[in-house]
Design a protein around this ligand. Structure first.
Ligand SMILES: NC(=O)c1ccc[n+]([C@@H]2O[C@H](COP(=O)([O-])OP(=O)(O)OC[C@H]3O[C@@H](n4cnc5c(N)ncnc54)[C@H](O)[C@@H]3O)[C@@H](O)[C@H]2O)c1
Length: 353
């Protein structure tokens, strides 16, 4: 995949939410492949973890090219201050509260972080953007990382694409949909050069163990029940995190300003099927007297549980030559093994909540 990394060399690249699952993967990729100056801005919430970035020090010297700032984007003056100090050339906005169940229990936090936080960031970016020279403006991008959940739910067939109507149904997806609308409005009204990506479910290492794959493995290895909502027939479109990062970078560096791109890998699985695949994998790798499948327990369905998400990624494929590079079964096995080997990390990060 032809990612023009060189475009970022020497640039000040701000990544919000860089202590989270996807943000930290983006930072690792950029530190390893560019000479950009990376600024990570994160409030350090319960799911944040910087060890995957700090670990890079063993491979490369990151000290001169990487800075972390603890900032909560819902704090307007703190956001303005830091943006005016950094004056980034490029912004990747990933900071968000991201767990649907938490949004059902505490929606206010999602309004504050995902909507107000995005508003504050957009205003601060616009403030610095206006002070830039024409050349600097031409090179500036605000890349908003969003989700397919903003489009609501699909039936047994069909796909979401860039023309799908917004129809969010959980407080999380409604807050992300609102932030997408704000980003588009700041482009149309104030001409801020933005791009948006709406991606399907990601999997990979370093994901907080409240999300399905790490949660299942963590519970199973302690021989605890593996809870599955409803009848387990809900479908998600799974994509390996490195494929998402490829898509983000292609859109940021080659995408058309003002456009949103859907990213997904046709990795459709029902939740039950995915959990069975994990159990069968564990049966092979860490066999017990009984199968891990015995731990599967169906629990009361999540309120407003979307039935199916699936992405038609033809725009990013046709225009930017993106396609998933990693085979689903291989990257899943690699990911499962990472969690088997890193249970200590899972236990430690869960203790902090
Ligand atoms: N994980 C997925 O499958 C997926 C799929 C599509 C899109 N996304 C989007 O990608 C982005 C990153 O997702 P993730 O899975 O890495 O989430 P995550 O929960 O692992 O990380 C989010 C990070 O954002 C930080 N954050 C939250 N609110 C903040 C605030 N107000 N100020 C500063 N920092 C704040 C948190 O502390 C955390 O470190 C989110 O915007 C999410 O909506 C995720």
């Amino acid at each position: 995949m032809d990612i023009p990394y060189k475009k970022l060399d020497g640039k000040k690249v701000l990544i919000t939410g860089g202590a989270g699952f996807i943000g930290s993967a983006l930072i690792r990729r950029l530190l390893l492949n560019t000479q950009a100056k990376i600024i990570n801005l994160d409030k350090l919430g319960y799911c944040s973890d910087l060890s995957s970035i700090d670990n890079l020090n063993e491979q490369i010297k990151i000290k001169k090219r990487y800075k972390f700032f603890k900032v909560d984007l819902s704090n307007e003056s703190a956001t303005f201050d830091i943006l005016n100090t950094i004056k980034p050339d490029f912004v990747f906005h990933l900071a968000a509260e991201s767990h649907v169940d938490n949004s059902i229990n505490n929606p206010k936090l999602f309004i504050e972080s995902n909507i107000l936080g995005t508003f504050n960031l957009l205003q601060a970016c616009l403030d610095i953007y206006k002070k830039k020279s024409i050349t600097e403006r031409n090179n500036f991008r605000f890349h908003h990382i969003s989700t397919d959940e903003v489009f609501g739910t699909l039936g047994e067939s069909g796909f979401f694409n860039e023309n799908s109507n917004y129809d969010p149904r959980s407080p999380y997806s409604a807050s992300k949909a609102s932030s997408d609308h704000l980003v588009k409005a700041w482009h149309h009204t104030y001409e801020l050069p933005i791009v948006i990506t709406n991606c399907s479910n990601n999997f990979g290492p370093w994901q907080y163990p409240e999300k399905l794959i790490p949660l299942v493995i963590h519970n199973a290895l302690q021989w605890k029940e593996i809870p599955i909502y409803g009848d387990g027939r809900n479908v998600r479109d799974w994509l390996y995190i490195e494929d998402h990062i490829n898509g983000i970078l292609l859109v940021a560096l080659k995408g058309e300003i003002g456009t949103n791109y859907c990213i997904g890998g046709n990795g459709e699985l029902t939740n039950l099927k995915l959990v069975e695949i994990i159990c069968d994998y564990l049966d092979d790798v860490v066999p017990k007297e009984s199968s891990f499948r015995e731990l599967i327990t169906f629990v009361k369905d999540r309120r407003g549980h979307d039935f199916r998400y699936c992405i038609d990624a033809s725009l990013i494929r046709d225009k930017l030559n993106w396609k998933p590079e990693y085979k689903l079964s291989t990257s899943m096995k690699k990911t499962f093994l990472w969690y088997v080997k890193n249970q200590k990390w899972c236990a430690n990060i869960l203790k902090r909540k």
